[in-house]
Write a protein that binds this ligand. Structure first.
Ligand code: BES
Ligand code: ZN
Length: 455
């Protein structure tokens, strides 16, 4: 392995330059104005994979953005096949004025590389491409068989990926999936994630009178849809921070004592957590710690609410309708389908007869727990320890990666969630960044993981 690790050290500067070039492409998947850039990004990624020494690379069209897929089967039949997943698309960049340097002009400051997509997920995904290159250039081959599955729609809900996986299950057959799209517990604390929350996003519109009305002529006489919507939403949680939708907790897997004890051993500092967010204190479901709430308990949040007048000054109206966007984070064994049915039924049941409700199921993703005692997890723990010189900790995450459940259900394989992000990376936010040390360490970890998997 030493020659491979040396190759990575010797090529650090070029590895950084190439990542910077990759980050300059604004591959924002949810905004159609960037469709050409997303396409260009996929094309560039394909070239990077070819440059790494993998010739069998394809750009596969979908109804949305293309999938970049590659295979290398030279390790033979008695050796495992690893499916490496990542996403080359990024989140939108607004509010632009809060970025210190422009989101698509990467810059290194204080050991961190700033740009949209550095940590989520271009930088993390790129680690694997560069590890493969180091292997191929040093040894002329990889120690295991590899399939690369890079999508361009993760930040827009992966709407075409599920069908792609179902339609191509045979092609994607593997022994384990490897995903680097998660965070460490803290800087300097190498971590392996074994659980992700799921998600279900919905939109609800309350319709009232057939037009906006003068608040003097009508106020007090009829139900205002915006007031109704606010009442409905505020009733979705009680004073103990529990969600009031009937049956919402039915399938929630309770934490075991072993897990709770495990969480307590992590270096969590509530004061630092609050200070970082400029808040006085945390708040959530009674009876649970912050880590338990975020990693192992479901949540319900209003993402946005609109209706009526929101411009300068006042406008004295009763709006004819109002809309709210709501996201719920789910935990095993809740399912998006079950939860969406429960919330729709509940919202319709609590709406007064004076309004009508329109309900839309946006998208969802299933929560996951990965078996901790397995060869791929052992390989990842060993690789992290060798690359960073410290024993990694186990953790869960509050975010979602819907493809993990599809790998489990359709391909029948576990996913190793071996991420290199940090809580300070500002993913989905202005000034997204990625630790330069973790970028290089991630490349080494990826190479070491492949080596461990071949043993
Ligand atoms: N990389 C994140 C998932 C993540 C976030 C992992 C925080 C660990 C910590 C991923 O790109 C993401 O944002 N996923 C979406 C999924 C959704 C669009 C279905 C999410 O969690 O909101
Ligand atoms: Zn991501």
């Amino acid at each position: 392995m030493n020659d491979i690790l040396k190759y990575i050290d010797d090529n650090k500067n070029r590895y950084m330059d190439e990542l910077v070039e990759f980050l300059k492409i604004p591959s924002i998947s949810s905004d159609s104005r960037y469709n050409n850039d997303v396409l260009r990004c996929a094309g560039r990624l394909k070239e990077y994979v070819i440059d790494a020494g993998i010739e069998d690379v394809r750009m596969i069209e979908t109804e949305g953005h293309p999938i970049v897929y590659a295979e290398w089967k030279g390790a033979g039949e008695n050796v495992p096949t690893i499916l490496i997943y990542g996403h080359y698309d990024v989140q939108p960049v607004d509010p632009l004025n809060l970025w210190t340097t422009p989101p698509f002009e990467p810059e290194i400051r204080g050991g961190k590389l700033f740009a949209r997509g550095t940590a989520d997920d271009k930088g993390q995904m790129f680690s694997h491409v560069k590890a493969i290159e180091a292997y191929m250039k040093t040894k002329g081959k990889l120690p295991v068989n590899i399939k690369l599955l890079f999508e361009g729609e993760e930040e827009a809900g992966s709407s075409n990926l599920e069908k792609f996986i179902q339609d191509n299950a045979e092609m994607l057959a593997c022994d384990a999936a490897l995903i680097s799209d998660t965070e460490w517990f803290a800087e300097g604390v190498p971590s392996l994630c074994y659980g992700l929350r799921g998600v279900q996003n919905v939109e609800v519109t309350v319709n009232g009178p057939n037009r906006d009305l003068h608040s003097g002529s009508f106020g007090g006489a009829i139900d205002n849809p915006l007031n109704v919507l606010c009442d409905m939403i505020s009733s979705l949680k009680d004073k103990h921070g529990r969600i009031t939708i009937p049956g919402f907790y039915d399938n929630v897997l309770e934490l075991t004592d072993v897990e709770r004890e495990g969480f307590k051993t992590l270096p969590y500092d509530e004061k630092a957590y609050c200070d970082d967010l400029s808040i006085e204190s945390v708040n959530g479901e009674i009876g649970f710690t912050t880590l338990e709430r975020v990693w192992a308990r479901p949540s319900l949040d209003l993402n946005g609410i609109y209706g009526g007048y929101t411009g300068e000054g006042s406008k004295t109206i009763l709006p004819s309708k109002a809309t709210a966007k709501i996201s719920m984070r789910l935990v095993p064994h809740q399912t998006p389908a079950e939860v969406v049915e429960k919330i729709e039924k509940h919202l319709k049941s609590i709406a007064p007869p004076t309004v009508t409700i329109e309900f839309t199921n946006l998208h969802g993703g299933t929560p996951v727990l990965v078996e901790r005692e397995s060869k791929p997890v052992d390989a990842a723990m060993t690789a992290l320890e060798k690359a960073f010189g410290k024993k990694p900790v186990f953790m869960r995450e509050g975010g979602s990666i819907p493809v993990v459940d599809q790998f489990r259900v359709v391909l029948n394989v576990p996913s190793v969630l071996m991420g290199f992000g940090l809580p300070s990376d500002n993913i989905h936010s202005p000034n997204e960044n990625y630790s330069v040390e973790n970028y290089y360490g991630g490349i080494k970890t990826s190479a070491l993981f492949l080596d461990e998997m071949s043993k």
